[in-house]
Design a binder for this molecule. Structure first.
Ligand code: ATR
Length: 287
């Protein structure tokens, strides 16, 4: 039940009808006995500035930003966290006295999820990013700030991989390599990389039989295969990787953990996420 102490939170995107963020954050609030309400809005692009100003005037403590506004919202913010500065995209706005600070919790959310599910840590890893779009940027910004041994980027459009590599090189000491899309066909790649992260939408529902051209027979139990897609919960890439003995993780963990990091930034309460994984998985399975 709400009262005059109830704090306001929101997610902005367009369309927003399929967002699971209101469900996730309402669940965290209930679990943590936090007096808040989390609402979804779909402002038009030309109303985005007004929406942010309005939420600030109403004292909204936190906002999530999703597609297509993760970059468009930046001009209306007071500042960015170092993480958000690297990827120039935000998913979390935190109200401060100066105004909203923009953060990006996607990449750290993924790292948290892999730690929780597999005890995986980025330090010393050789990580292959498949794709170089917005989702890849969020992940790359987080892993580049940890002591990874190497980040290899392959993308259908090589120029985009090169510009991501350039961006990362400005902010990180780690070794960054760009390879041709065809490099996915080379067996040596699979000996030189231990973690494969698909950041492309290839394999997403309804095209569930699609897959990036990975040579699945080259994957083994030494590899970790990650897909940022959570619809379906197990993409063809993950299904085949699992059959090869590789460890696998879907985008479900990243979604829940990025939400938990946002919630903690807003409220200083770190929610326990095990039940949230179950809730979101059940909701996805029920369509
Ligand atoms: P997002 O912000 O969700 O990452 P995006 O910025 O449009 O979305 O990026 C999508 C990524 O998936 C890009 O790297 C894109 O490759 P291109 O740069 O060549 O466009 C990649 N991608 C999308 N569809 C693809 C396909 N069918 N095969 C290979 N890569 C694909």
């Amino acid at each position: 039940m709400s009262n005059t102490e109830t704090k306001l939170f929101a997610v902005l995107g367009n369309p927003i009808a399929h967002s699971l963020s209101p469900l996730l954050h309402s669940f965290f609030m209930e679990q943590c006995h936090y007096n808040g309400v989390y609402l979804a809005f779909a402002p038009k692009k030309e109303e985005l500035a007004q929406a942010i100003a309005g939420l600030k005037a109403l004292g909204a403590k936190g906002i999530n930003v999703t597609i297509p506004y993760k970059e468009a919202v930046i001009p209306y913010l007071a500042d960015l966290t170092p993480q958000a500065k690297i990827c120039q995209a935000v998913n979390t706005l935190i109200l401060t006295e100066k105004g909203f600070i923009g953060d990006n919790t996607d990449g750290n959310g993924l790292i948290k999820a892999l730690e929780k599910q597999h005890g995986w840590q980025p330090e010393g890893r050789k990580i292959l990013l498949i794709g170089a779009g917005g989702a890849a940027k969020g992940v790359a910004a987080a892993i580049a700030r940890r002591q990874v041994a190497e980040i290899v980027i392959v993308n259908r459009t090589k120029e985009k991989a090169e510009s991501l590599a350039k961006l990362l090189a400005q902010h990180s000491e780690c070794l960054i390599k760009v390879l041709d899309w065809d490099a996915l066909q080379q067996e040596t790649l699979y000996q030189n990389v231990d973690t494969f992260i698909n950041t492309t939408p290839v394999g997403m529902s309804p095209h569930i039989e699609a897959m990036a051209p990975v040579r699945m027979e080259c994957l083994c139990e030494d590899h970790m295969a990650v897909d940022l897609i959570y619809n379906p919960l197990e993409t063809k890439f993950l299904r085949l990787a699992k059959a090869q003995g590789a460890k696998t993780a879907s985008g479900l963990g990243m979604f829940v953990e990025q939400g938990a990091l946002s919630f903690a930034a807003w409220t200083t309460i770190t929610p326990e996420t095990t039940d949230a994984y179950r809730l979101i998985a059940e909701t996805l399975n029920n369509g």
